[in-house]
Design a protein around this ligand. Structure first.
Ligand SMILES: O=P(O)(O)OC[C@H](O)CO
Length: 874
């Protein structure tokens, strides 16, 4: 056998680069000869070349970067082997980790990795298990995301087959071309072939139709007439015509800035690039084939699919389109904020389906910008009519806290209008949840500490992508809920032609108080009747998405460390806690984005979260894991924990409510507990959706209390004792039973719960409480700081900074217990609540918001009363 000389790293790098250029040329010429639409114009060609060049420069630089890392590590490794260092094991481990991280797909480093592996194993004192949990998923997992059985029973029975629930999860990056995957052609052409074979869809452009539409023409004429009347040029026809022409031009420009140029070719090209790039920073993108199957069937219904994902990262919409495209499902048009209309990336996103909507009102036109509203409305209607699928984020922007945000209503109201006015016969709504092992983009910590958001620019985008492709973000999981019919939902809420106000919303204030003042998403809801409907549908979807969000290992570890083990815990204790939590999530039919032994899950999550958030120490021959529970790190940790905080919010509210009741007798009266829970739910109404709009909060609370009685043993379940207590309470009830006006319900005996004094039960109560306790702290300190508004007004940022300083100073004095209470998002939600309660008022003009106390509350006593109302739960 003839052996060839091994190529050097640099030679291999150069060859790979040349190989990549060949691929680029092949893709380019293929596209050229196919005479794709995008290449028909000079602009299209330039854009394509730029995309290819940037991608290849990225890939090449990444490879050079990796080579430098590997060579450096090799030098250090050799040095370590010959140096008499005491930390030999740690350093070799670090080398191994670095090598593994940076050389996942680098065959040329395999030899080095083997060497380092041997070095580590030879030098280690303890047996170290491989710490990446295996991505082997058991067949039967909880199947989440079936549509609501109260509101959409018919939809629930559709699109599913016998096998839907039982299919095994799939990593879509694992696309392997059939045959010998090691062959040059297969390696080179596998992904090209995959994107070439995809089903071709037409993506009609509708801009011309929009300009001719009567709604838009009408809006332009009305606006012109209004401007004409407001001016002092009455009777000057030339002036009128000039105004009309200006408004027409403006409408055209608005439409040009907004429209998507979704291109089949660009989608395929990006898909091929993503197959190459995604594995460099994600180990897997996991989907449930049963859910994809439902989408495929829904895609054949000829109804528009409306994808409604929870928004965590900019990767969300890219990956959703990637998954849909590769499963032959029509890619949607995606409503994106115009903050993303940046050079190059803006056009790229536009070509991939983005249409840009304003995030802020026009400072001059304000809310009365009828032309803009008409452009948006007509554009979306035309797109729906033309058969496009649509995707938008009900939350508006990405969550800053890890908890789902309350919905904005604007875009959904346009879709509902399109249904009600008959533009579309029906639409299938698809809630989508996305979760990542590690947050990919956004600097949310600095925003939570009061710094302004870093705006999107070309430079920031390039830097961001560079950082991302050189890091490891672990797994990503996407869950598509069962599509459900908008028509069916509207029908359920619209019994006898009258919109039924769902239970959970019946005693709420009018929707207007909930509207976003800064975003277009919340400004164009049409009629009062529809507002209630839009609110219920939106909240239902956010609730559904939260329910079907898979839990990642990092969520589990962060949650346990922030609620149960703030001082840290040994691995053994953590393993027991993770096992318990997994059991509980299983019981709640919540799926997890990991599998394997809890010890491996913990080690993996520790590595994912990194030493900035979690410390691993060795005490008395035991590994102890500790959270970095101080500012600013704890804010990031709470981001991960909040996926589970959302899941346990109601239990936590019940635990806090129990603590707020006088329990000197050791008993808790049912109605008193329910009242307190409802009061706290009202306080936290901008933080969590405690039940679906079609459920009654009281019923949901009662059943969760029962759960705490029987499963978590917070209350005693001694039947005799309970009977005796209830007999006593019944007797008590009878004493007051002489009022004829009382209803049957009023006379019913009061249920009394006896608290379980057992240490385990007390600990459970304490642990449950900790989930929402930081939020209560923030609400209470925000109320306390409102005293600064007595007799004066403050700008939003001044008020928020005052609350932040108060929180920080109380944190350092120990009066505030949790670092994660320092959070701008929570402060803003608290201010919104105090507005909803009629204590606070806000005047918004242009980009500024001015806060002041309502006249009837503009004194210290009112502020103290508000503060006490919250403080009761601390
Ligand atoms: O999270 P934001 O506020 O930067 O918004 C992100 C959205 O994708 C913009 O469309």
């Amino acid at each position: 056998m003839k052996f060839k000389r091994r190529r050097t790293l640099v030679e291999r790098g150069i060859l790979t680069f040349i190989h990549d250029i060949q691929l680029a040329a092949m893709a380019g010429s293929l596209a050229f000869f196919k005479n794709y639409e995008i290449l028909n114009t000079f602009y299209g060609s330039l854009q394509l070349l730029l995309i290819l060049q940037v991608t290849y420069i990225f890939v090449f630089l990444r490879r050079v970067n990796k080579m430098v890392d590997i060579v450096t590590n090799r030098v250090f490794d050799t040095y370590n082997r010959f140096s008499p260092s005491n930390n030999h094991e740690t350093e070799s481990l670090a080398t191994l980790t670095t090598l593994k991280r940076f050389s996942k797909d680098q065959k040329f480093s395999k030899g080095l990795m083997r060497e380092a592996d041997v070095t580590v194993r030879e030098n280690q004192l303890y047996h170290i298990k491989e710490n990446a949990p295996e991505v082997q998923f058991p067949k039967l997992r909880p199947f989440m995301g079936l549509s609501c059985q109260n509101c959409t029973l018919t939809s629930r029975d559709s699109l599913v087959s016998k096998t839907t629930e039982t299919l095994a999860l799939k990593n879509i990056l694992d696309h392997r071309p059939p045959g010998d995957t090691n062959g040059f052609l297969q390696r080179t052409l596998g992904h090209l072939r995959q994107v070439y074979r995809l089903k071709k869809f037409d993506f009609p452009q509708v801009a011309d139709l929009v300009l001719k539409d009567a709604r838009l023409r009408d809006a332009v004429e009305k606006t012109t007439l209004q401007q004409y009347r407001d001016s002092n040029n009455d009777g000057d026809e030339e002036f009128y015509l000039r105004l009309l022409e200006n408004n027409r031009r403006r409408a055209k420009k608005l439409l040009f800035d907004m429209r998507s140029t979704l291109s089949d070719f660009l989608l395929r090209l990006t898909s091929w690039v993503l197959y190459k790039l995604l594995p460099s920073f994600l180990t897997s993108v996991v989907v449930h084939p049963g859910q994809v199957d439902m989408l495929k069937r829904a895609g054949k219904s000829n109804l528009p699919l409306i994808f409604l994902p929870l928004h965590r990262s900019h990767l969300d919409y890219i990956l959703i389109s990637f998954i849909l495209l590769n499963n032959d499902i029509r890619s949607p048009l995606v409503a994106a904020g115009d903050n993303l209309r940046i050079p190059f990336f803006g056009s790229l996103l536009r070509g991939l389906g983005a249409f840009f909507i304003k995030r802020r009102m026009d400072p001059v036109m304000g809310r009365k910008d009828h032309v803009y509203k008409a452009v948006l409305h007509t554009y979306m209607n035309m797109c729906l009519k033309a058969g496009h699928n649509i995707e938008f984020f009900l939350e508006g922007g990405r969550t800053r806290t890890g908890k789902p945000c309350m919905p904005k209503y604007g875009i959904l109201s346009i879709i509902l209008d399109a249904f009600i006015d008959g533009t579309i016969e029906d639409a299938l709504l698809v809630p989508v949840s996305v979760n990542y092992d590690k947050l990919v983009d956004g600097n949310f910590i600095r925003e939570q500490l009061g710094q302004p958001k870093e705006m999107e620019t070309f430079g920031n985008a390039v830097r961001g992508i560079w950082k991302v492709v050189n890091s490891n973000y672990g797994m990503m999981r996407i869950d598509f809920n069962q599509p459900f019919s908008l028509r069916e939902l509207v029908k359920t809420f619209n019994v006898n032609g009258k919109i039924v106000i769902p239970n959970g919303l019946s005693n709420k204030k009018p929707l207007t108080s909930n509207l976003s003042t800064s975003s277009l998403y919340g400004t164009d809801v049409v009629s009062e009747q529809h507002k209630t409907l839009v609110e219920s549908i939106s909240k239902h979807i956010i609730y559904d998405c939260a329910q079907s969000t898979s839990v990642m290992s990092t969520n589990v570890l962060a949650y346990l460390l922030l609620t149960k083990f703030r001082e840290g815990a040994t691995i053994e204790k953590l393993v027991v806690a993770v096992d318990d939590l997994r059991q509980e999530l299983d019981y709640a039919r919540k799926d997890m984005g990991f599998t394997g032994d809890s010890i491996d899950v913990i080690n993996y999550a520790v590595e994912m979260l990194g030493p900035g958030l979690i410390r691993k120490e060795r005490h008395d021959n035991e590994d102890v894991i500790k959270p970095i529970a101080m500012l600013p790190n704890v804010i990031e940790l709470s981001y991960y924990s909040n996926t589970l905080v959302t899941h346990f919010a109601l239990e936590s509210v019940i635990a806090v409510s129990i603590e707020s009741i006088d329990k000197s007798s050791g008993n808790v009266v049912h109605h008193e507990l329910i009242e307190n829970v409802q009061e706290l739910c009202d306080i936290l109404q901008n933080e969590f959706l405690f039940c679906k709009p079609c459920q009654s909060l009281e019923q949901v609370v009662t059943s969760r209390v029962d759960d705490l009685v029987y499963r978590k043993r917070i209350f005693l379940v001694d039947d005799e004792e309970e009977t005796e207590l209830n007999v006593r309470s019944r007797r008590l009830a009878r004493q007051f039973d002489d009022d004829d006006d009382e209803t049957e319900d009023d006379r019913a005996p009061q249920k009394i719960y006896k608290l379980n004094p057992n240490k385990e039960a007390v600990d459970v109560l304490k642990y449950l409480k900790t989930a929402v306790a930081p939020l209560v702290e923030t609400y209470s300190i925000t109320a306390f700081t409102l005293d600064k508004l007595v007799g004066r007004q403050l700008l939003e940022n001044e008020l928020i900074n005052d609350v932040l300083s108060e929180l920080r100073s109380q944190l350092s004095s120990g009066a505030v217990q949790y670092g994660e209470s320092v959070s701008v998002d929570t402060i803003k939600n608290a201010l919104k609540l105090y507005q909803q309660w009629g204590v606070l008022e806000c005047h918004a003009e242009k980009k500024l918001k001015l806060y002041y106390l309502k006249e009837s509350h503009d004194d210290s006593d009112s502020v103290t009363a508000l503060y006490r109302r919250i403080q009761k739960f601390r």
